[in-house]
Design a protein around this ligand. Structure first.
Ligand SMILES: C[S@@+](CC[C@H](N)C(=O)[O-])C[C@H]1O[C@@H](n2cnc3c(N)ncnc32)[C@H](O)[C@@H]1O
Length: 293
């Protein structure tokens, strides 16, 4: 009898995203307890999916970090909730999810390899742009969607991120090779402080003098700055550290995002590509009920 092909882990091959996942674990295991996102942020990330789309549905998140989005998904009362994560963050995620309406099943593994079943809703937020093989990540998102079910993703955009690509990305290439605590406290914290002050001061000034908003809106990262300005310094610091600690980041153009959606398994009438904060893309749709031959 022929033996089943061994999985990469059994063959001793490192998953290609292992170093990315360990870098993120240093972020998730050293951030304050609870979801790092507000409910408003969750709803914004998930839309056009709405809480009622998750209610009584089977739902999976690919790349759940410390469970920050799972906390909010659980509050939508799905019938089943599963998370897949390669990094060593299960303990902190379990603590964050304690007391949720539904206990999520947490699977440790490479989302490109894992097969956790087929779900009514499959989502993947902030992960595909960190994968060595984003196409395999997207294929995994579709694989986890049942025929007729919905999938949803969010990635960094190439459009609107010129400043980040010119300034932050070169710094990331160096900072991601340093000890995590050095990057977090000695690079990310001082680097993000001026941006925090700018975000807060420019929003306060625009609230006081509304005529200023037109000029501010011409500046790079304007929508993103408005979005993050409502948050505390620790959140700015967390985001800056996430940006700098990861060894792998890609910025997707709208055309590249649309390329993902050309898959014949997707119902073309269902697809959407929505710009978010002027520098990222939300996209998704429905898997066809039946794939035509
Ligand atoms: C930026 S975080 C986003 C986490 C979460 N989705 C959120 O929005 O808070 C990216 C996560 O993807 C995980 N990840 C990266 N590559 C992965 C892979 N191949 N399989 C599973 N998880 C992976 C990382 O460990 C990290 O926790």
């Amino acid at each position: 009898m022929k033996k089943a092909a061994a999985k990469p882990a059994e063959r001793g091959i490192r998953p290609p995203d292992k170093s990315t996942a360990s870098a993120f674990a240093s972020s998730w295991n050293n951030v304050r307890p609870g979801s790092v996102y507000t409910e408003v942020q969750f709803l914004d990330w998930m839309s056009p999916l709405r809480p009622q789309d998750l209610k009584d549905a089977s739902v999976i998140e690919l790349g759940y970090g410390n469970g920050s989005l799972l906390v909010h998904s659980a509050a939508c009362a799905p019938s089943r909730l599963v998370g897949v994560e390669l990094g060593d963050t299960q303990q902190v995620a379990r603590a964050n999810l304690a007391g949720s309406r539904i206990e999520p099943e947490l699977v440790r593994g490479d989302l490109c390899e894992v097969d956790a079943g087929r779900f009514d809703v499959a989502y993947c937020i902030g992960v595909l742009h960190h994968l060595k093989e984003p196409e395999r990540g997207f294929a995994a998102l579709l694989r986890h969607t049942r025929p007729g079910g919905r999938f949803h993703a969010w990635v960094y955009g190439r459009e609107g991120n010129g400043l980040v690509i010119a300034l932050v990305d070169p710094l990331r290439k160096i900072a991601s090779k340093l000890p995590w605590w050095f990057t977090k406290y000695l690079i990310a914290a001082p680097a993000v402080l001026p941006y925090f002050l700018w975000a807060r001061l420019s929003e306060d000034a625009a609230a006081r003098w509304p005529g200023l908003r037109r000029s501010l809106s011409r500046l790079p990262l304007y929508d993103y700055t408005r979005w993050i300005a409502v948050r505390e310094f620790w959140f700015f610091h967390h985001v800056a550290f996430d940006q700098l600690v990861t060894p792998q980041t890609r910025y997707f153009s709208e055309a590249e995002v649309r390329q993902f959606l050309m898959d014949p398994e997707i119902d073309p009438a269902s697809i959407y590509v929505v710009p978010r904060n002027g520098n990222s893309w939300k996209f998704g749709g429905r898997k066809r009920s039946e794939v035509s031959a």
